[in-house]
Design a protein around this ligand. Structure first.
Ligand code: GLV
Ligand code: MN
Ligand code: MN
Length: 425
C-alpha cells in the first residue's frame, strides 16, 4: 500500500503500511545489532534514545507526552474531558541482543492505531466514551532490573513504586538513577485506565503453523520464577580431596540438569523449564565455588503440572544437597497463574478480525506481558502477530511486513471498538 493510494472511505487517513514500516525501521535503529536485532535493556542509553524518539513521534502527531514516577511513558489524547483512558501499548525495552519486535512493535502499532482512532473520532465515525493513551511500560523484560513487567506491576498495584525505584542492576545502579539519565516528557500522574489493548509478536510457532495472521490471546500459561542460591565452601580445585569438597558449582550443575529433566516427567509441551542466569563466587580458576546464584523458570499450561513439578523439584533439591554437600535456598521471585483474558474481549477481537477478513485463532500466551497485569484490573484485549519460526529473545526474531501491517489494522479496529464502549455495554 502507498500513502497516495485510494482507500475505502472508512480507511481514509488510516495509517499506511509504508508509513508504519518506515517508522518501525527508524525506531529499530536505536540499539541496533549486526544481525537485525536490538540491544536495548531498560533505561540504558539505547532505551533512552528510543524513548526520546518515541516521545518526539508522539508530539509530532498531536499527543501530549507524560511519564509517571516509575518510567512508564504515555502519549495522551483527550477526547472526552474527565473520562478515564483506553490504554494501548507494550514496551520498548529489550533483552540483551534480542529481536526488534518484542514489545517495540506493539508500542508503535499502538501509536498508529491511536492516531487512526482519534481521526475516526474527530470525523464522527466513532463516538468515544473514553480518552486515549498510548503507553510504553517501563522494564517489561526484567533483564537489567528484576522482576519483569515492572512498570505495569506498579501501575496495577502489584509492586510498590519505591521497590521499583530502589531495584539495582548488577553494577548497583538503581532504577531511579538509571531513569534520571534521560527522562523526557512531563512528570504526571499516570492516566486512569478504563480498558487496555496490546499487540505483540507471538514468540512461538502456533500462528505460523496454522496459517493464521492474528492470535486472540485467551489465557496465559502459569509461571513460577525462582532465585536459587547454592552454598558450598571454597577450596583448592587441585588439592582438596574429592570427598572433602562442597562445590557450589557442582550442586548448581546438578540442579540445572534436574530442572531440564523435570520436563521429561510430563507429556511433551506440558512443562517448560530453564536456568538462564548464573553467577558464582569467587569465580576463580583454582578455587572451588563457595556460592552460586541463579534463576529457575518453570512454566506450564496446566497449574497442576506446575504444582507437581514444584514438588519434584523440592525432592531433587534435597538429593542434590546430600550428593554435592551443599545447601540450596529457593526464593519465589515472580509468579502468575493460568488466568484468562476476559472472554468478551476475545469476542470483540474475533469480530474485528472477521470484519477485516484476517485469519485468526484463539491462542495462549507462554510469555508474560504487560497485559498479564492489566487484565487483572480492566477489560483487556491481547493480540498476537506471527513469529517466523518462533524465534524469540534472539536478534533473528522476525515477522513479515504483511503480518506487521495487518496487525496494525487489527489493533486500530480493536481500539475503535473499545473506544466506543463495545466492552462496556
Ligand atoms: C516475561 O516477562 C516473561 O517472563 O515471559
Ligand atoms: Mn515483550
Ligand atoms: Mn521479551
Amino acid at each position: 500500500m502507498t500513502e497516495n493510494m485510494t482507500t475505502p472511505a472508512a480507511d481514509q487517513n488510516a495509517t499506511t503500511g509504508t508509513e508504519f514500516l518506515r517508522d518501525f525501521a527508524e525506531m529499530s535503529s536505536f540499539g541496533a545489532t549486526d544481525r537485525g536485532g536490538v540491544h536495548r535493556e531498560a533505561a540504558t542509553d539505547a532505551d533512552h534514545q528510543t524513548r526520546a524518539w518515541f516521545a518526539a513521534w508522539l508530539e509530532r502527531n498531536g499527543f501530549e507526552v507524560t511519564r509517571d514516577e516509575v518510567g512508564n511513558q504515555f502519549g495522551l489524547v483527550e477526547l472526552v474531558p474527565g473520562a478515564p483512558y483506553l490504554l494501548v501499548g507494550s514496551h520498548l525495552d529489550s533483552q540483551p541482543m534480542a529481536g526488534r519486535f518484542d514489545g517495540a512493535y506493539g508500542v508503535l502499532a499502538a501509536a498508529h492505531a491511536a492516531r487512526d482512532a482519534r481521526t475516526r473520532a474527530e470525523r464522527g465515525e466513532i463516538h468515544p466514551l473514553f480518552n486515549l493513551a498510548v503507553v510504553n511500560w517501563f522494564n517489561e523484560e526484567g533483564s537489567r532490573f528484576t522482576p519483569s513487567m515492572m512498570g505495569s506491576s506498579v501501575y496495577t498495584g502489584k509492586m510498590a513504586a519505591a521497590d521499583s525505584l530502589s531495584t539495582v542492576d548488577r553494577a548497583g545502579i538503581s532504577v531511579a538513577d538509571a531513569l534520571a539519565q534521560g527522562e523526557v516528557g512531563r512528570l504526571a500522574e499516570a492516566p486512569a485506565a478504563a480498558a487496555y489493548a496490546e499487540i505483540h509478536i507471538e514468540q512461538g510457532r502456533t500462528l505460523e503453523n496454522g496459517g493464521h495472521t492474528i492470535g486472540l490471546v485467551d489465557r496465559t500459561w502459569a509461571a513460577s520464577k525462582y532465585r536459587i542460591v547454592v552454598h558450598g565452601e571454597q577450596g583448592h580445585t587441585g588439592s582438596t580431596i574429592m570427598a572433602d569438597r562442597k562445590d557450589a558449582l557442582f550442586g548448581a550443575a546438578l540442579l540445572i540438569v534436574a530442572a531440564r529433566e523435570l520436563t521429561e516427567v510430563f507429556d511433551e509441551g506440558l512443562l517448560h523449564s530453564s536456568v538462564a542466569e548464573l553467577s558464582l563466587e569467587p569465580n576463580s580458576p583454582v578455587t572451588l565455588a563457595r556460592e552460586v546464584v541463579m534463576n529457575l523458570d518453570l512454566r506450564s499450561p496446566d497449574e497442576s503440572v506446575l504444582a507437581r513439578a514444584n514438588e519434584i523439584l523440592v525432592e531433587k533439591i534435597a538429593e542434590i544437597e546430600a550428593r554435592a554437600r551443599v545447601t540450596i535456598e529457593r526464593h519465589l521471585t515472580h509468579q502468575w497463574g493460568l488466568s484468562p483474558y476476559q472472554p468478551e474481549g476475545v469476542d470483540l477481537a474475533r469480530a474485528a478480525a472477521a470484519e477485516l477478513g484476517l485469519s485468526h485463532t484463539e491462542i495462549m500466551t507462554v510469555a508474560g506481558h504487560d497485559s498479564t497485569n492489566m487484565k487483572d484490573i480492566v477489560p483487556t484485549v491481547m493480540l498476537f502477530i506471527p513469529s517466523i519460526e518462533g524465534i524469540s529473545h534472539n536478534e533473528l526474531e522476525n515477522s513479515s511486513d504483511a503480518d506487521s501491517v495487518a496487525g496494525v489494522a487489527m489493533l486500530s479496529e480493536v481500539v475503535a471498538r473499545l473506544l466506543r464502549g463495545d466492552l462496556a455495554g
